[in-house]
Design a protein around this ligand. Structure first.
Ligand code: SF4
Ligand code: SF4
Length: 102
């Protein structure tokens, strides 16, 4: 189950989830390793012909990048951690102090 907040900020406002480079992704020739690897239901296979998608980006654990290791084509990337951290800090400041404490 995805967490609903991270550092007091709604998870849905945090841009952290895999970005798939479809020029590189070969769908692991029909056996997508990233989908098998991630236990959080982030990925899905949709469409016809089947295509790997990031169906549930908010299920991705903030700052996890583990599935990159299993991708044989280096097709997965993430935003810069430092930029996302800066955004989280900005969002925290914008929220009421009571909300940040939660
Ligand atoms: S980064 Fe971690 S949580 Fe996110 S999709 Fe990959 S394995 Fe799953
Ligand atoms: S592991 Fe890499 S190549 Fe395989 S389906 Fe996932 S993104 Fe595509």
């Amino acid at each position: 189950m995805a967490e609903e907040t991270y550092m007091g900020v709604p998870r849905s406002k945090i841009p952290w989830s895999p970005i798939i480079d479809y020029k590189k992704c070969d769908f692991c020739k029909g056996d997508p390793q990233c989908l098998k690897f991630c236990p959080h239901g982030v990925y899905a296979v949709e469409g016809n012909p089947p295509k790997l998608t990031v169906k549930n980006p908010n299920n991705c654990v903030v700052f996890c990048r583990s599935c990159r290791k299993v991708c044989p084509t280096d097709a997965l990337s993430f935003h810069q951690k430092s930029e996302v951290l800066a955004l989280i800090q900005k969002l925290r400041l914008e929220r009421k102090p009571e909300a940040v404490k939660k």
